[in-house]
Design a protein around this ligand. Sequence first.
Ligand SMILES: NC(=O)c1ccc[n+]([C@@H]2O[C@H](COP(=O)([O-])OP(=O)(O)OC[C@H]3O[C@@H](n4cnc5c(N)ncnc54)[C@H](OP(=O)(O)O)[C@@H]3O)[C@@H](O)[C@H]2O)c1
Length: 221
Amino acid sequence: MKVILFGASGMVGQGVLRECLLDPEVEEVLSVGRSATGQTHAKLREITHADFTDFTPIAAQLSGYDACFFCLGISSAGMKEADYRHITYDFTLAAAQVLARQNPAMTFIYVSGSGTDSSEKGRSMWARVKGQTENALLRLPFKAAYMFRPGAIQPLHGIKSRTRLYRAGYTVMAPLWPVLRALFPRQVITTEQVGRAMLAAAKRGGPQKLLENQDIAVLAG
Ligand SMILES: NC(=O)c1ccc[n+]([C@@H]2O[C@H](COP(=O)([O-])OP(=O)(O)OC[C@H]3O[C@@H](n4cnc5c(N)ncnc54)[C@H](OP(=O)(O)O)[C@@H]3O)[C@@H](O)[C@H]2O)c1
């Protein structure tokens, strides 16, 4: 299986990259980012690309892949809707539209989040924008598309968030994960589980298009 990964330098993406590189069924991972991941591995190839609203200049290099794991994303904290939408919706759809054209047999997996608003009409700005993004992705002609809606993600294997505020939060929270897991077992998941679930969905399909935290945990096995 050949995989394209967006957001490989981020917390979720690093976890997904790790699982992809460990999986013997994955022959190649192509990371597309604005900067290189800094990792080297026989199965890893990288493209650094500046304009995330236009992937047509690299379209030919995005051809021949079986799956895309789209882990690029930002926190909406302190952001205006237009700016958050630009990165969340515009970047994702710009990539997905090119990928759907180049790879009609592709499985596309998008990381949104628990609480995403499929109605696109709710009061929460981030949830509406993620809902618009999910709905638009589901209209594209991929072989299959799955929307992952994780709750709180515990980073494993030394993985760190790219967001400074979150990094500080994760350091404080580190000893609390066992408590959180015990109190909210259906809302907590690990980077390892997210990666394994993506690989399972790409290989064998998922139970439904929208996967909540618990569905992701089941798929991860
Ligand atoms: N962390 C959680 O607990 C959690 C829970 C539920 C859902 N999610 C969702 O999962 C996704 C990833 O979250 P994360 O925690 O992995 O975030 P993160 O650690 O901050 O990583 C974000 C990734 O997106 C890339 N990115 C951000 N802004 C970009 C831009 N303007 N242009 C190009 N690339 C950009 C970053 O690339 P650079 O390295 O170049 O900055 C990085 O690879 C988000 O959509 C988030 O909402 C996360």
